[in-house]
Write a protein that binds this ligand. Sequence first.
Ligand SMILES: Cc1cc2nc3c(=O)[nH]c(=O)nc-3n(C[C@H](O)[C@H](O)[C@H](O)COP(=O)(O)OP(=O)(O)OC[C@H]3O[C@@H](n4cnc5c(N)ncnc54)[C@H](O)[C@@H]3O)c2cc1C
Length: 443
Amino acid sequence: MLIPTHRLNGESMFKKRKLQTIENRAADVVVIGGGIVGCSAAYYLARRGVSVILCEKGDVGLEQSSRNWGFVRQQGRDEAELPLMMASNQIWQGLEAELEADLEWIQGGNLALAYDNERMELIERWHPIAKAHGLDTHLLTRQQLRDIVPASKSRILGAMYTPSDGQAEPRKLCPAFKRAAQAKGAQFLTQCAVESIELQNGRVAGVQTEQGSIQASMVVCAAGAWSTRLLRPLGVKLPSLWIKGSVAQVAGAGDLTAAGVWGRVAFRQRGDGRLYMALGVEGEHHLMLDSFRFFPAFLPLYLHNRQEMKFRFGRVLLNDLFGRYNDFKRHRTLDPPASRQGIESALRYLQDEYEGVAKVTVERTWAGYMDCTPDMLPVIDQLEKPRGLVLASGFSGHGFGMGPVVGKLVSELIIDARPSIEVTALRFSRFKEGVGTKHSPVV
Ligand SMILES: Cc1cc2nc3c(=O)[nH]c(=O)nc-3n(C[C@H](O)[C@H](O)[C@H](O)COP(=O)(O)OP(=O)(O)OC[C@H]3O[C@@H](n4cnc5c(N)ncnc54)[C@H](O)[C@@H]3O)c2cc1C
């Protein structure tokens, strides 16, 4: 089968636009970035009466937040993330009602498949963690797996299943949060790249945007893959690199399962029967200047994933060498082409491991860059220096499911100074302390 490889938006990076200018504005909080983290933060801040302006260099939810698989998964999380993800799952269960929007939410569970002893050990090691946190995770035999996915012919050693996990449509989430936030008074400025975060006497005073300046005593950096660059001029070193993931939309698979499935091939089935499908493990890293700057911090992660990591040397590095990624308006939407090889391998696994999928059609493909930290955990923190800066970034391929609770926690960090869930393990200073390079392999 000829697999089409598309970009999601097909937007020219250099499209000329008529620039709007804004009067000198002011707000209590400026949020930088209109992905799930920024949109959700704007919503929860506005809900509590805080005046908030969100600046997005393109349009909301066009980078990672609309390109992901759509898993809302508690299963297999690092223990530092698990309480957040369990709270996020609770929010997800009422989110369509809260935002008055169809998000294609399905609470069909999540499955992790083990084909070898190494992964089986990870599953067996993780299961007691789930139990300790009161999560409804259980281990499955091959036969029990077939009860959930009758078409499965995978030769697995075992599997893990969490029925309370779910899935939703990524493209619908940010617009829904945006509408709900606007209804509560939040302002959204799109096509509005933040060029710098402004300081006065060592604390945040606002932002300079391509449309003018905005005064604010609090700024939330939720700029996803761009956060490291945005923070660098302030002397804030966030170690994060771009890892590409490719996804395909597949039609004609028949009725497979309501669960999100994570094996050699990962997929979930939408309400209309189409699958979103990808390689279960994919690590395509396009080398950039930060790959060298942060090499020591990322070395343990590289070594652990050396079999899956594919290093690419080319246009991304050249763009970086010429400083093209430092101009945020130049890339309204980061829109890499999907990897044909990755999609072909995922399709082969799908056809090898499931019945009734021999004649599926790949309808479209896309890719996104995840912002990964050395320990594959995000930073959710109000920084010591400069004061007034909240960082919510580095979600390392896990941020869609967590997005709703992260926005809530950001609002609590700003309004209450203490979030309702402990996030100390996700503090920014862990990288300086030397504990932020320890990646604990989870399922
Ligand atoms: C292929 C793939 C599969 C994934 N699968 C899953 C999954 O199944 N489940 C899950 O939980 N997570 C998944 N993820 C991860 C998840 O999508 C991300 O962790 C999450 O979307 C990150 O949200 P964000 O708001 O931090 O970043 P983004 O969605 O990337 O948003 C950042 C926004 O900031 C804007 N911005 C950047 N710089 C500036 C600036 N200077 N001025 C103004 N705006 C700026 C950008 O334009 C962008 O819109 C996946 C990711 C990928 C790529």
